[in-house]
Write a protein that binds this ligand. Sequence first.
Ligand code: 13P
Ligand code: SF4
Length: 336
Amino acid sequence: MANSELQIAKDKLLKNGYLDIDVDPQLDLEKEIIKLKKRKNAVILAHYYQESEIQDIADYIGDSLGLSQQAASTKADMIVFAGVHFMAETAKILSPQKKVVLPDLKAGCSLADSCPAELFKKFKEKYPDHLVVSYINCSAELKTLTDICCTSTNAVHVIQSIDKNRGIIFAPDKNLGQYLIKKTGRELILWNGACMVHEIFSHEKIVKLQIDYPNAEFIAHPECEQHILARADFIGSTTGLLNYTKRSNSKEFIVATESGILHQMQIHSPEKVFIPAPPNNTCACNDCPHMKRNTLEKLYLALKYEEPEIILSDFVLEKGRRCIDKMLEISKAAGL
Ligand code: 13P
Ligand code: SF4
């Protein structure tokens, strides 16, 4: 490819979000990705909500906690993060000396976007004695205003690690926050944010589906609304849900979370049936449009040209790290 073509693609990166370069349709992308990965000592970390073809080529597939632990411990020189922007930022904060690339910079997150740092700063000022616990699904800037981070796997442990007399602000997910209030008995001041994927489930359609599948277990992610969680036989993080389907004796599951996880559930339990919980719209699936912006082609280009790269200021790298390190410490102590 001509250098000028590459330069034009790089110049347009911020506008497009990804390197808009034609990929030869004859190319065996999987093979090329494996070759490039070896040559560059790169590692591909993928969230469970990625397309199955990306999951199949990843070195590690996991939920937000597992991905953070991998990002902190990898020996690779470059991390190709197949997930969304806040996850790639977290990887950069944990491994600042490594190059971190995200196949599409526009792979954002409605939950992270629901809590702009400048507004949160004003909110926080109203509770000067409170500790801030933020769900990892937030911007790196918000992490600089946070005392302890958490993911859906360790959120209960994080809240329980805080002195009972200390007030806590929990941001940005009000649904996970309400779940934590119920689970831990603590009072939390909640930011009013939510995930567009986990708020879309239809109570009515789930009830109908449970009538059609009377033996199916209904399992849900704690980002779902309370009336959906109230119906659930099991509530857990993405990894928690996957592990539950492996150990449960049930043969059928109705799954209320992003549909990407069904790929791993089916791989681990091929004899079981997994039904995505129906959303409140005409679409039959629960895809996260942000997660699904990443494609195998974009991943190949990101690995080849080492762009789009995640760049953070020294202030954010340093100040944003403390709350993540604290979270990892608590998780380690809890054996997570
Ligand atoms: P976990 O990866 O912690 O299950 O969170 C799910 C999610 O919404 C990630 O964006
Ligand atoms: Fe954000 Fe929800 Fe998508 Fe996760 S599933 S990246 S929380 S919008």
